[in-house]
Design a protein around this ligand. Structure first.
Ligand code: SF4
Length: 439
């Protein structure tokens, strides 16, 4: 078998994944191809700024290089398994990642993946990382901006008891490219007002190098070809929240590699003011993030006012109790324009009493520049219920009266299980929830 692998490897060039590579990595890649390094910067700009996923369409590259890239590189976008459109206009994407069956379609010159998988040890390692998984991202258009909620892991190991994602357990970490794709693909769909999808007989949706013909309108339920919803064109501002499936600080390197590209003016060009990473309170990760030159804003998922309560809701608190977490928050180096956000999911009868609000005020008192987002719990098959609007307002009033800025944030997309804590790969087309999004 070894002889066969060696012989095959010698015959076939290794396929290099471009999506997720930094500018420097792309420059180095081009040098290894015998090309000038600046070609790497051109590929970087085309991929992330222009969202050109078909390397054949990067027309400022010489034709010979484009042809070589078509043979020796690929851009892997996730397969769009399903889109769930909420009454409020949000779209929950169910993405399939690393489906080996479909990746094979995009191997050079139609070579099948099973054969290809035998050719290179590096490719086999990559396959293990990219074992099939599904994740979700949520695209939320609104006046003047769009917000995209992105997953950083498939599933999650943190086990917050009020969160449906926890039920999945950790399936695997995502690569930088898989994180970026959750932003690039919805942005491109919205920009074009069409959905990137192939129908019968073409290349599967979004996997590999997507030729221009792969972007087209799809058939809607009532027949005919229509633009994707009403999302025609992008709003001027894009917000990114790393609040989908997973704990971003437990997949630190790939998350930060994706973040650097998103925040690079020559990459996606997202402003750091418009990007938020939310953590359950992984203290070593917070300390590490503090050292990063380029970083998003930080949000802490607090959800409790004392250790006993937080231990019961979020077992991670036993490892990083509130005193340790608050110390890390106090030492976190905020930029002049920045504040720390604390998210507090309101669970009826559990953490929503007036005394809880007073304890939250005391917890946050030593910190500068904080704000609290109160998030009404979003329904799911879990033993909790929502706090009443009156209770939430009373909680908010206690915080505000004692000098803590607090806001009630209703999640979008509840009716399609796209809201905070609801991302659990639910295929609700058969059994839609009878949940109405509050205004
Ligand atoms: Fe994981 Fe976040 Fe859900 Fe907690 S709330 S289980 S960290 S996805």
């Amino acid at each position: 078998m070894k002889t066969k692998e060696f012989s095959l490897a010698a015959e076939t060039p290794m396929i290099t994944e471009l999506l997720g590579k930094s500018k420097e990595e792309l420059r180095e890649f081009c040098v290894t191809l015998g090309e000038p390094a600046f070609r790497g910067a051109q590929i970087y700009h085309a991929l992330y700024s222009e969202r050109k996923f078909d390397v054949g369409q990067i027309t400022n590259l010489p034709a010979a290089l484009r042809e070589r890239l078509l043979r020796e590189a690929r851009v892997t976008l996730p397969e769009v398994k399903q889109r769930f459109t909420s009454a409020d206009g949000s779209v929950r994407y169910l993405f399939g990642l690393g489906d080996a069956e479909k990746v094979k379609t995009f191997n050079a010159e139609g070579t099948e993946s099973t054969e290809f998988a035998e050719k290179s040890g590096e490719e086999r390692a990559s396959r293990r990382l990219q074992k099939p998984a599904s994740v979700e991202a949520v695209f939320m258009p609104s006046e003047g901006r769009q917000t995209i909620c992105v997953s950083t892991q498939a599933g999650c190991a943190v086990d917050c008891h009020f969160c449906l994602t926890a039920q999945l357990g950790l399936i695997r970490n995502l690569t930088a490219g898989e994180i970026l794709a959750q932003v690039l693909l919805p942005l491109e769909e919205a920009h074009r007002g069409t959905r990137i999808e192939m129908k019968d007989g073409g290349l599967p949706a979004g996997l590999g190098q997507v030729p221009p013909a792969a972007t087209k309108q799809i058939e809607e339920k009532d027949g005919g070809l229509k633009p994707a919803a009403t999302r025609t064109g992008l709003a001027p501002q894009t917000n990114i929240v790393l609040m989908g499936q997973g704990e971003p600080l437990l997949n630190f390197e790939p998350v930060m590699a994706a973040v650097r590209i998103m925040l690079d003016p020559e990459g996606l060009g997202i402003s750091p003011k418009h990007m938020t990473l939310s953590t359950s309170g992984i203290v070593p990760g917070i300390e590490r993030l503090a050292q990063e030159k380029v970083r998003p804003k930080l949000a802490i998922s607090l959800n409790a006012s004392h250790d006993e309560q937080r231990d019961a809701l979020m077992p991670i608190n036993k490892k990083y109790p509130l005193s340790v977490l608050m110390k890390a928050c106090k030492e976190y180096p905020l930029r002049t324009w920045e504040h720390l956000t604390f998210e507090y999911v309101m669970l009826g009868g559990i953490n929503d009493a007036g005394e809880d609000a007073q304890r939250v005020v005391r917890l946050l008192a030593p910190l500068k520049s904080v704000k609290v987002n109160l998030i009404p719990w979003n329904p799911g098959e879990l033993p909790y219920h929502e706090s009443s609007p009156e209770r939430i307002e009373e909680f908010r009033r206690i915080l505000v009266d004692r000098g803590v800025p607090a806001f009630v944030r209703y999640s979008r997309g509840r009716d399609v299980m796209a809201a905070c804590g609801q991302l659990a790969l639910l295929q609700i087309d058969c059994a839609p929830l009878s949940v109405v999004s509050p205004q």
